[in-house]
Every structure is written in C-alpha cells, then in structure tokens.
Design a protein. Structure first.
Length: 371
C-alpha cells in the first residue's frame, strides 16, 4: 500500500472511506511485487496499479463491491487461463492473490499517522493480516522508526508478536510476509501478516572523486540510494563536480568509513585504484556488515590488491566478498556505461540473482517474488 501513500494519506486526512486491494501473494512471474496496492474511494476515484493493466478492471469492480457492501474483506486470485485467452488474468503467466478490504480512516487513526511518516520520509511499517480468522483479516498494526507500536485491532501477546516481526523487517528495509500464532500463547489459529515497509534510503558510498564516480553517483541517485562521494583531495571532491551526490566528504576514505552509518543495504564502491587509499579502506569495509563491496582496477591491480590485503591480515572469507574488478561484463568503456555495469552488479547481488541474460534462463523471470 505504500506505493500510493500520498493519496491514501490525503484520503485519511479527509476521512474519506476507500477500498484497498493489495497483492498478498505471488506465484511465478508477475509484473509487480507483494505489497503493491490499488485503492478506490466512494466517488469511484482510483489510484495505483497491481498488474500493469492486466486485471485492473476486475480489481476496480471488486473494490467498488466491497465499498458498497461494507462487509468483510474478500480474497481473489488472478492467473493466466490456457482455456480462454481473453479471460481476466495475467498475460505473464503468473498468479496473484489479492486481498480487498474497506478502510474507514476515522476508525484507523494509527494508519494516517504511519502514512504521514512515509510521506514525510520517515521510516515506518504497516503490518496487515492477510490470512487468519475472519475477525482479524485485514487488521493492521503500525510501527514507527523507534520500534513503537501504534494501536490497532491486535491485542496482547499477538500484538507484541506482530509488532516484533514488523520492527525486524523495518530494520532490514524489506517488505515481506511473516507467520505468527498457531499456539496457545499467541493465537490458536496461525496468522499470515504482510508487513509493508518504508525504510530510510540505502546508502551508496563512493570513494574516489573521479569521472566514473560522477556517473555512478547519478546512477545511484536514480536507483534511490543516498549517495556519498568521499576523497581526501579537496580540489577534486567538490559539489560542482558531483551535482547528483547527496553528500561530498573531504577525508581519508578509511577514516570516513570508520564513523559512517552502514547496514546490510549499503553499497561500498572503491574507484581510486590507489593502494595508499584502497588497502586501509577495503581492509575495514570487508569486515563491516555491508551488502556490497566493489573495487575498480585491472585484473593485475586486483591480484596485487588481494596480496596486500592478505598481508594486512584480511581473512579469506572476507576477501571472497570483494567484487573486483567491479561491475558486470557489459563491455563498458565510458563512465556512464561503467556506472550501469556497476549498478547492474549491485542490483544483481542485492536480489541474489544470476546477472545472466533472461533469455538464457528458464522459469519465472520474477522468481524471487514467489511465496
């Protein structure tokens, strides 16, 4: 639902009832991920998309029905039909499970507060019960950046369990389903909860104020990263040279990284290929819980870099994390092409994908979204 947070926040402020249709499960290939939503208000205004157009009409009608009936949430499944090529379904061949529920903002002030956090750029998570007892289906619970649980229909131990799951996924910056209950201490019936997460922007730390860094900072910004360019040479590390960076730092790279806030979504890109900068920086970076560490340079430079890092005491397990030479084999030559090569590798590593052409693979093209 956070894909349409702006509009939902406005409707909540206006206390305008709406129907919310959310993708709660994906099988095979599908155009949009779990957590994507469409909403329809009582005037028939619609916002969002869950299929890129394949099933929007059917979802819209289901939303209008749920709004008019004022009844319990409804589930629907949309998939490809081999028997009827013109049936409502997904031309990509996958299946979507969709939960449609009526939302009355006046009864859910906690949702308006969470949506305000999202709109204003603060981290927030909204946990939505998508499978379980009818009286809990569609129930929501919100968690803020400090882990505080905002009130919702869930109570007691169940509330704490769902809140803990939501807080864990918020810290990880990941929208996903979580299973809770199924025991006497929490809830006799098992619940499946979809946690919608809006996290702070992941960080891309670029070391080396070179032309390649200018192109990479623009590509990183386009992908949603908070981009920092760091170089010890003030004549090169200027805002004029890096207009797309969020932050320009003049400091020794390893000294800056020692105090930088990083997490498992952080990408560290070392573009200096100068041993006096690279070795202390990579020695530190490879021991941090970051998602990606890449370094520019030729294969000869890489071999020498590995030797120096090994002599500096970096263990083999950490050396194996180093992506060097940095980027995928795209035949890149220009800074812009190289930036695409690097970001393509980062996206591939982040999504645990192969980096191979889709035409060379079998099976769903969005296999990672199946659940």
């Amino acid at each position: 639902m956070l894909n349409i947070a702006d509009t939902l926040h406005r409707w909540c402020r206006e206390e305008r009832p709406f129907a919310l249709a959310t993708v709660v499960k994906v099988r095979g290939s599908a155009p949009l991920p779990v957590g994507t939503s469409v909403a329809v208000d009582e005037d028939g205004n619609a916002v969002g998309s869950i299929s890129g157009g394949c099933v929007e009409g059917a979802v819209y009608e289901l939303c209008r029905q749920v709004l008019d009936d004022r009844g319990a949430p409804q589930r629907a499944r949309f998939g490809y039909s081999d028997d009827d090529a013109f049936a409502v379904g997904l031309t990509c061949g996958g299946e979507l499970d969709v939960l449609v529920q009526r939302v009355d903002p006046g009864t859910r002030p906690y949702l308006a507060t969470a949506l305000a956090d999202v709109v204003e750029g603060r981290p927030a998570a909204v946990a939505q019960v998508v499978e379980g007892p009818e009286e809990l289906l569609g129930g929501m619970l919100c968690v803020d950046a400090a882990g505080g649980i905002r009130h919702g229909p869930l109570t007691g131990v169940l509330r704490r369990e769902v809140g803990a799951q939501a807080w864990s996924l918020l810290r990880a910056g990941r929208t996903a389903r979580a299973e809770v209950g199924g025991d006497a201490e929490t809830c006799p019936e098992r619940l499946s909860v979809l946690v919608h997460v809006h996290a702070s922007r992941p960080r891309m730390l670029i070391f080396g104020a070179v032309d390649f860094a200018a192109a990479l900072s623009q590509a990183g910004r386009f992908l949603g990263y908070q981009v920092t360019v760091c170089d010890a040479r003030p004549v090169f590390a200027t805002a004029a040279r890096f207009p797309h960076a969020d932050e320009i730092v003049v400091d020794w790279p390893h000294r800056y990284l020692e105090q930088a806030e990083v997490d498992t979504r952080t990408a560290v890109c070392v573009l200096t290929h100068d041993a006096k900068f690279d070795i202390p920086l990579l020695r530190l970076a490879l021991g941090l819980p970051v998602g990606y560490v890449g370094a520019m340079g030729s294969r000869r430079t890489h071999d020498e870099r590995l030797r120096l890092l090994s002599e500096a005491g970096v263990p083999e397990g950490q050396l194996a994390r180093l992506r060097s030479p940095i980027g995928l084999d795209l035949g890149a030559r220009t800074p812009e092409e190289t930036a695409i090569s690097i970001t393509a590798e980062i996206v591939s590593r982040t999504n645990r994908a192969t980096g191979l052409p889709l035409s060379a693979l079998a099976g769903p093209i969005h296999a990672g979204t199946s659940s």
